[in-house]
Design a protein around this ligand. Structure first.
Ligand SMILES: *Cc1c(COP(=O)(O)O)cnc(C)c1O
Length: 389
């Protein structure tokens, strides 16, 4: 008997409950149009919101950085050195976020895990929105602090939990834009609770960096709350079209993370190509506000038209548009029908979302053409909601 036989049993269970997932192999860049099995499809689920992953300037910057700095970095910054390239990128991120310093990680996932684990420990408390990203959940568990989950976007519930006390340090942590619903956390009210109880605040801007705020710094900037938020996390992997993550804040915080965030200390510094690409993307974010404006335009167009076609669409404040379905099986059928009509946007099922909350998570990109957006809308309209229920 093979000791891994249990995996086969588990996989059968997943398949039977419509929860087995496998990545679709694509043969193109992840732009507004992708190619699957030789067939072009409109991509309507990417987090490459500004279309920069395939932008020739960003790709050129990656190649130039690789030529100048090499393909890899060889060790973590504390061991074999921090390249000037990475330090320049960190400086640019600090400027974007209007803070003293920023530190780059190999991914946003690692930025969250490292930040939380270095800010709280045994005897401390994390206060976490129930819909926070998996990397926040994992970082909270790793920290060994007590994790207190509050109802989604409910600052009153947060306050009532924080008021119980019994902890040394407390950290409130929330996504700014929630990844599966596209709504924005009530950051002003959360900051108020933090002030009342002397808690640290950490906001994950993964879906907001480059997309939201007049300068693309995120929702904290858009709401004018820069001074009220202690720790800002962002990613280089979504709107910035590259790979990596960062934490931005005061210089003490940066020095602390450089020393104590295990995902920084024990992780090889990101590849120069990724750093160079992100630097170039930041220049484009600053210079081309039209990309953010187009996302706002396209979102309202798609939301209005899908509602008119009878779909239940959540209340999004970002590039993310949840088309709510419910049952995993129905979500899979809708995704298949939409794909038949030339649009790629897969079903999102548990555990990515709650049981019974399966959906298609649509995203609009600044580089979607008008006709591509029309194709997305008509693909859904012809799939008709509820048809399979
Ligand atoms: C994608 C995401 C991350 C992780 O960022 P990566 O750079 O992809 O590792 C963190 N937080 C949220 C809310 C995300 O959506």
């Amino acid at each position: 008997m093979d000791p891994l036989d249990w995996i086969g049993d588990e996989l059968e269970r997943l398949t039977a409950s419509y929860l087995l997932r496998e990545p679709t192999v694509i043969s193109s860049t992840s732009g507004p149009e992708i190619v699957i099995d030789g067939k072009p499809l409109v991509l309507a689920c990417s987090n490459n919101y500004l279309g920069l992953a395939g932008d020739y300037r960003v790709v050129d910057a990656a190649m130039i950085a690789a030529r100048r700095w090499g393909a890899g970095t060889g060790a973590s910054p504390l061991v074999s050195g921090l390249t000037e390239l990475q330090r320049e990128l960190e400086g640019k991120l600090a400027v974007l976020e209007s803070v003293e310093d920023a530190i780059v990680f190999s991914s946003g996932y690692l930025a969250n895990v490292g930040a939380i684990q270095s800010l709280v420990g045994q005897g401390d408390a994390v206060f976490s929105d129930e819909l926070n990203h998996a990397s926040i959940i994992d970082g909270s568990r790793l920290s060994r602090a007590r994790v207190n989950v509050y109802r989604h976007a409910d600052a009153d519930h947060l306050r009532s939990i924080a008021a119980r006390g019994g902890y040394r340090r407390g950290l409130i942590v929330t996504d700014s834009v929630f990844s599966m619903d596209g709504d924005i956390a009530p950051l002003a009210e959360i900051a108020e609770v933090a002030r009342e109880y002397g808690l640290m605040t950490m906001v994950d801007e993964a879906h907001a960096t480059g997309v939201i705020g007049p300068g693309g710094a995120g929702a904290v900037e858009a709401l004018g709350l820069g001074d009220a938020i202690d720790v800002k996390v962002g990613t280089l992997s979504k709107a910035l079209g590259s790979a990596g993550g960062f934490v931005a804040g005061g210089s003490r915080l940066a020095v602390w993370l450089r020393n104590r965030a295990r995902s920084q200390v024990f992780d090889t510094a990101p590849a120069p190509a990724a750093l160079g690409a992100a630097k170039s993307a930041l220049d484009i974010v600053a210079a081309e506000a039209w990309r953010r404006e187009r996302i706002v335009e396209l979102r309202s167009l798609v939301v209005d038209d899908l509602r008119e076609a009878g779909f239940e669409v959540g209340s999004s404040d970002s590039a993310i548009i949840p088309v709510m379905v419910g049952e995993s099986r129905v979500a899979l059928e809708l995704a298949a029908a939409v794909r038949e009509a030339g649009v790629f946007a897969p079903a999102i099922r548990p555990p990515s979302v709650a049981e019974g909350a399966a959906r298609i998570r649509l995203t609009v990109m600044a580089t979607h053409s008008d006709s591509q957006v029309e194709q997305i809308i008509s693909a859904f309209a012809s799939a008709r909601p509820g048809r399979a229920s």
